[in-house]
Write a protein that binds this ligand. Sequence first.
Ligand code: CTP
Length: 404
Amino acid sequence: MLKNKKIALYVTGGIAVYKVVDLMRSFIKNGAQVRVAMTDSATKFVTPMTFQILSRHEVYVDTFSENNPAHVSHVDLSDWADISIVAPATANTIGKMAYGLADNFVTSALLATASPIFVVPAMNTDMFENPATQENIQTLKNRGVYVVDPDTGFLAEGYEGKGRYPENERILEELENFIMTKDMTLPLRGYKILISAGGTKERIDPVRYITNDSSGKMGHAIAEAAYQYGAEVTLVTTSALNASKAIERVQVDSAKAMFEAIDERFDDLDILIMAAAVSDYGVAHPATSKMKKEDYSKLLNIELKENPDILKTMGQKKKNQFLVGFAAETDHLEEYAVKKLAEKNLDLIVANEVGKEDTGFDSDDNQVVIFTKEHQRLEVQKTKKTEIARRLLDKIIEELDHHS
Ligand code: CTP
């Protein structure tokens, strides 16, 4: 997300300046270009030389030391940046930003900045909680500036309180989310997309269920890729795998629960991708307490009932939604896939061969053939599921472009 991003890092004077050195290093490690500007007081904590060596660029401190007559550095820096980050941000600088003051390089450049601004306050609790600071923060937020909530913990003053500079890991996570929400050029920006993932579980009794080998890896990979492409993502999953916080996660177990979660959201969706392995049959009368060995006649004769076909039902309901199915087959892959595409009124189907060891269920890799409604055929050779997810979304985007 930070790759090739131009980051203007504004460092103001607080004890947390030394932690920002590491933050800057992670920006660079993630492929960003960084230019640093410091207030005079920030230079009392860490010298500009440290930032200069690590960013491999001159550090701006004083507004009036203009070395090149052809440029005005603070305006150049604000024009150059894709994103501006103030870390740590003191109460003083936050106040100046709120009031539009420009009395040093940092505040002048920030006042001239049109790109998104991300602020990491760090200060003494009383300063942070002072109504003046709180109002200034609110003013910035109202203008679309992102302000990270400081941590509560042990402060440099020797006592506990809110105002602590947060872990760089959290800052990076929030920064990536912020960049995503600001990047209007992402291909799925504005699209609402729901992805189902994992094998459904059909309860027999409170401790037993019928399920299948699906791990949810493919569905989760598609959800992550869709989120990276700027979509608003809902993931309806039976799997315990992780998903980014910005993805709406709906945890389900049975086909019926999955059906309900999808059905109630369907009207609002632009794209539905059914990567889940949905059990075609559920248990007709699940027991409410654990079955005992003596109940063998019941266990040996579990009565099944047909589950709703989620995708088929949505295919019947669909208006403008783009519908994607998966066809997991052990044989006659293409023939069955194309048949399912037509029967379920889909726009696209991803056919994959299961029952092999190194692709399909639970593997990190997959090999698929994608068919469109017009019987276009796209083969994706064995590769990581994360890559398959991107290739699938690229194909969907291409199809959406044709249809619009
Ligand atoms: N699917 C669904 N609801 C079901 C069964 C399947 O939404 N009750 C979806 C799956 O998520 C997948 C597609 O339909 O995207 C194809 O699933 P698959 O099980 O391969 O097809 P079936 O229609 O169940 O046919 P069969 O099991 O006979 O191959």
